[in-house]
Design a protein around this ligand. Structure first.
Ligand code: HEM
Ligand code: HEM
Length: 247
């Protein structure tokens, strides 16, 4: 039986050969680590309370900007940052659970957790915008709604923060599970952007243009400024704080 040249090449190629593949673009990585830091700071400032709440609202503005950036980047970012490339379907989740899914970006189960995380985060931010602490701190849009609504938003904001915290714990535990049990390092790619993948799973990634980063960042900044200008314009933001009761 004769052997062709290409068969020889396949036989001699290392079975577990991998290629370095660009998976996460720089803006997505900067988004991720800034978000992790900012959300941690939001928790710490809320737990400290008092004057720290002033910082809580400022950090909240930054988190809002990050989320808006991520939503825009989900449409105009590079391949694996785009929602269209990773939003999971029941079919892709089942295929993954049966070990039949292979790809470069988020796994379908990972993507499901990312989508839930982004939704919980959005509601946390949304309720924060309308919240108030009945003392001196309020979200920038709290004056645009009735007292009953802002109180309800505050209640949801407090309750939902526990769900968000639980989800973050699960998120980091899942990363730890991959590292220890599956021997897959997901953290380095989130730092460097690169993964080692078998050539057949390594897809071509669309490049990132500076213009797109600028458009996404500028749009998010404008929206945040618009929301917070509402706050500055609202009567409560400029009102003299209530006198301390003498009890
Ligand atoms: C407050 C803390 C955190 C938040 C809110 C958070 C949020 C997120 C989000 C939203 C994504 C999806 C990225 C995307 O937009 O496509 C993600 C992915 C990821 N996060 Fe975090 N994260 C946090 C902490 C951490 C920590 C501490 C680690 C490291 C131990 C970590 C490691 C990762 C990794 C490796 C991925 C990519 C997972 C994959 O390969 O599919 N995260 N995180
Ligand atoms: C991921 C982001 C956020 C987290 C984890 C978070 C978490 C919390 C927590 C734990 C509290 C204390 C609730 C309580 O025990 O009463 C709180 C209160 C508050 N937050 Fe946030 N928050 C976030 C984002 C925001 C944003 C974006 C804003 C507005 C810009 C905001 C505005 C407020 C206000 C005004 C309060 C006082 C409400 C109250 O005491 O009932 N937060 N936040």
């Amino acid at each position: 039986m004769s052997t062709t040249l290409s068969e020889v090449a396949l036989e001699t190629a290392p079975v577990n050969a991998t290629v370095t593949t660009q998976v996460w673009d720089l803006p997505l990585r900067v988004f991720h680590w800034s978000l992790a830091l900012a959300v941690s700071a939001a928790f710490v400032t809320a737990w400290l309370g008092g004057d720290w709440m002033r910082w809580h609202v400022r950090i909240g503005a930054f988190i809002l900007a990050l989320l808006l950036f991520r939503l825009i980047w989900g449409w105009i970012g590079s391949t694996h940052a785009r929602f269209a490339s990773f939003v999971p379907t029941p079919k892709s989740v089942i295929a993954y659970l049966r070990g039949k899914w292979h790809g470069a970006g988020h796994t379908p189960l990972g993507a499901l957790s990312v989508v839930v995380l982004l939704i919980v985060l959005a509601v946390q931010i949304g309720t924060g915008l309308f919240a108030n602490d009945d003392i001196a701190h309020q979200g920038p849009l709290s004056q645009t709604v009735s007292k009953a609504v802002t109180d309800r938003a505050s209640g949801w904001h407090a309750a939902l923060s526990n769900l968000l915290l639980a989800w973050i714990v699960i998120h980091t535990a899942a990363i730890g599970f991959y590292a220890v049990v599956r021997r897959t390092d997901l953290v380095s790619p989130m730092l460097t952007g690169k993964k080692q993948l078998p050539p057949q799973w390594a897809s071509v990634t669309t490049s990132v243009s500076v213009r797109r980063v600028f458009v996404a960042a500028a749009l998010s900044a404008v929206l945040v400024v618009a929301v917070f200008t509402e706050w500055r314009a609202s009567p409560a933001a400029t009102a003299v704080p209530a006198a301390t009761p003498d009890w």
